[in-house]
Design a protein around this ligand. Structure first.
Ligand code: SF4
Ligand code: ZN
Length: 289
């Protein structure tokens, strides 16, 4: 396939490094856990954060953690993540989602789409696990197109407040860890090309459902169309959103409470994962699945 826009890996690397520096994503004394799914984006985030601290001799630790989702393909994905961590010389912590909730069974019991349950479990563990391991920040591989898709989805759904969280760094509070997004000004094809050029082991699928990006199809199509006239339109757009949020965003996010069952952050009395667990045990006690 001929790429409509050639990838300039040096410009990409410089752009990611300048994002890390400009928004102080890595600071002295940091212990940063990168959530590695096995895909190209989080793989690139891990490799570039590691390169950054080495290149600029920043006194910070970069570590990886991976959530084994407990699906058929999860063992293979975990294998790829283990190979990546070894290749980069990064300590890796693997957590098994099934120790907290069986995602597939919970999806059936609750009637919720598998990706919605999976997302709730990932959000829960991506905060809890690194925090308990002593992290100062958690990094993800979200790129510009992911965040543009999130922006338009929230706009269409009238969830305006959530869009204020589109930032390179979302400061933590209480039990919520600070989140950093070093690839916020990077494109998916750049991450892919970077991993390919470095020969990094990347898993082709995050799971057998393969739906992670399906909900983004319309926005990806819009971005492709806009870039035919202006190849940098995507980066200009995400840059405008970030600048707007930094200038006008107000910290009036909903009050963070503690789940009365597990003690993790929750918007109500009980967190999303404990609610799913409760529905699952209610269902198991009444109907065989
Ligand atoms: Fe989870 Fe993505 Fe698989 Fe959906 S497609 S179940 S969000 S890993
Ligand atoms: Zn809970």
């Amino acid at each position: 396939m001929v790429r409509p826009h050639p990838v300039d890996l040096e410009a990409y690397r410089r752009r990611v490094f300048s994002t890390i520096r400009r928004y102080r994503l890595v600071e002295m004394g940091d212990v940063i856990y990168v959530a590695v799914s096995g895909g190209k984006d989080s793989c690139a985030a891990l490799a570039l954060l590691k390169e950054y601290v080495e290149a600029f001799r920043v006194d910070a630790e970069i570590r990886a953690f991976h959530i084994n989702l407990g699906f058929k393909t999860s063992a293979k994905v975990e294998e790829a993540v283990r190979a990546l961590a070894e290749r980069l010389g990064v300590p890796l912590h693997v957590v098994y989602a099934k120790d907290y909730l069986d995602i597939e069974t919970a999806a059936k019991a609750s009637g919720r789409p598998i990706c919605s349950v999976c997302g709730a479990v990932k959000r829960y563990l991506m905060n809890k696990v690194p925090r308990e391991l002593g992290a100062t920040k958690v990094a993800t591989g979200h790129h510009a197109h992911d965040l543009l898709a999130y922006y338009f989805k929230n706009l269409a759904g009238r969830n305006f407040q959530w869009n204020f969280k589109i930032l390179p760094k979302v400061e933590g509070r209480g039990l919520l860890l600070t989140k950093i997004r070093p690839l916020i000004y990077a494109r998916p094809e750049e991450n892919e090309e970077f991993c390919r050029a470095r020969g990094l082991p990347v898993s082709a699928v995050c799971c057998e459902y393969g739906l992670c990006n399906a909900a983004h199809a319309e926005v990806y199509e819009m971005i492709r169309a806009a870039r035919r006239r202006d190849p940098d339109f995507d980066l200009k757009l995400i840059g405008g959103i970030v600048d707007f949020n930094l200038r006008y965003g107000r910290d009036e996010a909903e009050e963070i409470r503690r789940c009365k069952i597990c003690g993790e952050p929750a918007s109500g009395d009980v967190c999303a994962v404990c609610k799913l667990r409760m529905r699952l045990s209610a269902r198991l006690n009444t109907t065989p699945l």
